[in-house]
Structure formats: structure tokens, C-alpha cells
Design a protein around this ligand. Structure first.
Ligand SMILES: Cc1cc2nc3c(=O)[nH]c(=O)nc-3n(C[C@H](O)[C@H](O)[C@H](O)COP(=O)(O)OP(=O)(O)OC[C@H]3O[C@@H](n4cnc5c(N)ncnc54)[C@H](O)[C@@H]3O)c2cc1C
Length: 385
């Protein structure tokens, strides 16, 4: 996979059938399927992979099913993905709700998973360009698009935006959520040490001001991904050890689960603002997939699967359009309909159940008797396996 190839091609005015912005889960999944279908695909990615991502890294069973359909599951397992069958939610008062997932989930660091998928897309024939931030997208499905990175221009018949939950492009395209004040941020750290209690299990701890998830990834690393208020996220960024000290003093259950685990050296990653919920899955004639099309609350552990499933669905629709089975004027309406069918229920229920997971008063209702509710939440906030 060569970033230089992609950039050089773009600079030479490459014509692509589909330009994809973002090479992470939604983008690479769509790129792989479109390239396998014989289309000319260019993927422009701002970062250079491998790179860490702020995420709990638990891929729910419906996401595992997509990896199976893409044919990359053997590579993901070979990279050391841990299997997770059990899920525990620990309330702020220490009460635990245990549930078993309907099918096994996988846990692999986003460094590895995103790189694997981008490589599979490149192997299928997509041109993947790293260090290629898209700064502008102009045009329409009827007239074609021009996609700009600093210093290069790419022409494409269709554009898929897979740039995640928050990008300057959202502002340039006038998407309303971009101007709203965000009340939540994510942060991320890897830990090392004794983690037998995390074999086959992911644990979500709720605390005042947010929640954090713990799961094992490859090479015995423990992934800690959290969503929190700005104040807690800032504390994590500047004084991670003291934040953990405070939270473990408040929660003996968290203290037990973190005993002996030591943060890896390096800064705690802090996310861009996290605007949860439904969004228009189109910006003009640009189709959007993954978080760019709507952000499901991370407590569900469903965002990665939704990114993959929406990448798959967007690729199917774009194939129909490019094969002449759908007129340019019908594409965005069809995508809004299909995206609502794909993600509407998950976005609705993840929002409805959010008060139970944000560590406030409703979280105290999370007692062992709530296990059926937790199982129901696991079903209604995830896609079909
Ligand atoms: C704290 C937290 C914990 C989470 N835990 C989990 C979990 O355990 N399980 C789960 O399933 N989900 C989890 N999620 C959600 C999950 O991380 C996202 O749903 C998922 O990453 C979405 O994938 P994506 O492909 O849509 O976008 P992303 O993974 O966000 O990727 C977008 C890509 O686009 C690139 N990009 C952005 N702008 C541009 C541009 N202008 N030009 C070119 N490239 C650009 C970025 O560099 C990036 O590589 C969590 C989220 C948070 C915040």
C-alpha cells in the first residue's frame, strides 16, 4: 500500500469512479467492495496508518459478521484479536450487571484493525493515499465531483464521506451539528499488567461524569477507552494517573479491575468533540457512512460495526448507481432511506438508554435485577448478526 502512488495519481488529475474520504472502517470497507466490483476507487486519508484511534476497540458480533463477508477475518484473528463473549456493566455504586453476548465479539487495537482493512482495500485494487487531508469537495452526482487535498485535485463520479464523527469538512459543508457546543469528549490509553479478569470479557465502568471500557487486545495490552465531560477528559489528558487515583478511590470495583495495570508511556489521547446521535447521511450529493452519517453512543460497543455495515451498504448503492440502475436524482433519497433502515433503531435506542450509562442518577438504577434490561439494550442497540 503506497501513499505516494495515490497522491501522485491524484496530482496528475486521476479520474476515479468513487473518491472516498477517510480510510478507516467505513471507508476501507466500501473501498474494498467497490474495487472488487471492478470500479476505480481512490481513498484519501488524512493520517498515516498505523495510528491509534480513540475507541474501546470492542467489535460487536454484527461487525465480526461483516469482516467474515469481506474475507478478512482470518487476518484479523491472526493479528491476535481477543474473543469476547461476556459483557459486564459496573454502576457507580459498584453494582454489576452481567450479560452474555448473542455471538462472540472481537477486540483488536485500531492500529492493527484499520491498517488491515486499508491494506485489504489496496490489495483489492483501491488506490489508498495517506497524509492526504481532503480540504474541499465540490460538485454533484449529475456533473461529477472535484475533491481537493493541499496541492492535488481528484475528479470523481461519486464521493463517499467516511471521515468519522468530526472533521473540519463538516464545518465547510455547513453541517449543523458542527457549530453546536459538545458536552462530551473521548480519551484513550493502553495499560499493561495482569489481566486474567479480562479474558473473554469486556467491562464498562460508569462514574460521575462518564464511563470507561476495559478490554484485552492483542499482545496482552489492555485498552481503556472512555467518554466523559470536558472537565474529566481534560483531567485525563493532563493528569491521567491522578484521574485514575480519584476514580479508583470512588469505586472499589474499578480499583479491583485496574489492580496491577500500569499505563503505557506516552500521552493520553483526547478526542475531538463527540456529538452523539442522528445526522443527515448526505451532505449535498456526497453520501456519508460510518460516524460521519450518525454517531451511536459508545457504551453500546456498536459504532465500529455500524461503520462497517454502512460502508457495505453505501458500496452496494454506489455500485447500482454507477451501473446505471439508479438515476443521479434518486441516489441521496435512496441512501437516506437505506441508512435509516440500517441505523435508525440503533441510534434511537442508544439515545433513549443513554441516561443509564452517563454515571448520573439513572445509573443508580443499574442493579443486578436490571440484567434483562442490559440484555435488551445489547439487542436493540446492535445490528443483526
Ligand atoms: C471513547 C469512545 C469509545 C468507543 N468504543 C467503541 C467500542 O468499544 N466499540 C465500537 O464498536 N465502537 C466504539 N466507538 C465508536 C467507534 O470508534 C466509531 O464508531 C468508529 O471508529 C467509526 O468508524 P468510521 O470509519 O466511521 O470513522 P473513524 O474511525 O473516525 O475514521 C475516520 C477516518 O477519516 C479520516 N479523516 C477525517 N477527516 C479527513 C479528511 N478531511 N480528509 C481525509 N481523511 C480524513 C481520519 O483520519 C480517520 O482515519 C467508540 C468511540 C469513542 C469516542
Amino acid at each position: 500500500m503506497s501513499s505516494d502512488d495515490g497522491i501522485a495519481a491524484a496530482a496528475a488529475g486521476l479520474e476515479a469512479d468513487v473518491a472516498i474520504v477517510g480510510a478507516s472502517l467505513a471507508g476501507s470497507c466500501a473501498a474494498l467492495l467497490l474495487a472488487r466490483g471492478g470500479l476505480r476507487v481512490a481513498v484519501l486519508e488524512r493520517a498515516r496508518f498505523p495510528r491509534p484511534r480513540i475507541c474501546g476497540e470492542l467489535l460487536s458480533p454484527d461487525g465480526v459478521a461483516v469482516l467474515g463477508r469481506l474475507g478478512v477475518l482470518p487476518a484479523v484473528r491472526a493479528a491476535g484479536a481477543a474473543t469476547i463473549r461476556r459483557f459486564t456493566v459496573v454502576g457507580p455504586s459498584g453494582s454489576r450487571v452481567e450479560s452474555t453476548l448473542p455471538a462472540p465479539a472481537l477486540s483488536l487495537s485500531r492500529e492493527r484493525l484499520d491498517e488491515l482493512l486499508a491494506r485489504a482495500a489496496a490489495d483489492a485494487g483501491a488506490r489508498v493515499a495517506f497524509d492526504a487531508p481532503v480540504v474541499g469537495v465540490d460538485g454533484s452526482l449529475s456533473d461529477g465531483f472535484v475533491v481537493r487535498t493541499p496541492g492535488s485535485t481528484l475528479r470523481a463520479r461519486a464521493v463517499l464521506g467516511a471521515w468519522g464523527r468530526y472533521s473540519p469538512l463538516d464545518g465547510r459543508l455547513g453541517r449543523p451539528f458542527f457549530r453546536a457546543r459538545a458536552s462530551l469528549f473521548g480519551f484513550k490509553k493502553f495499560l499493561r499488567g495482569p489481566a486474567a479478569h479480562l479474558e473473554d470479557r469486556a467491562i464498562l465502568h460508569l462514574f460521575r461524569g462518564g464511563y470507561l471500557g476495559l478490554s484485552l487486545v492483542e499482545k496482552g495490552r489492555v485498552s481503556l477507552g472512555a467518554l466523559a465531560t470536558p472537565a474529566v477528559a481534560q483531567e485525563a489528558h493532563h493528569a491521567f494517573d491522578s484521574l485514575l487515583g480519584r476514580l479508583t478511590a470512588e469505586s472499589p470495583a474499578l480499583a479491583r479491575d485496574l489492580r496491577g495495570l500500569v499505563p503505557e508511556p506516552g500521552p493520553t489521547l483526547l478526542s475531538e468533540p463527540v456529538h452523539l446521535g442522528r445526522r443527515d447521511p448526505c451532505a449535498g450529493d456526497v453520501l456519508l457512512a460510518g460516524d460521519a452519517a450518525g454517531v451511536v453512543d459508545p457504551y453500546t460497543g456498536a459504532g465500529m460495526a455500524l461503520a462497517l455495515r454502512s460502508g457495505e451498504a453505501a458500496a452496494a448503492l454506489l455500485r447500482e448507481y454507477l451501473a446505471g440502475e439508479l438515476p443521479a436524482t434518486g441516489v441521496t433519497a435512496a441512501w437516506r432511506r437505506r441508512h435509516r433502515r440500517l441505523a435508525g433503531r440503533q441510534l434511537f435506542f442508544s439515545r433513549l438508554l443513554r441516561p443509564f450509562f452517563l454515571g448520573g442518577a439513572a445509573s443508580r438504577l443499574l442493579v443486578p435485577a436490571a440484567a434483562p434490561l442490559a440484555r435488551l439494550a445489547a439487542v436493540v442497540t446492535r445490528g443483526p448478526v
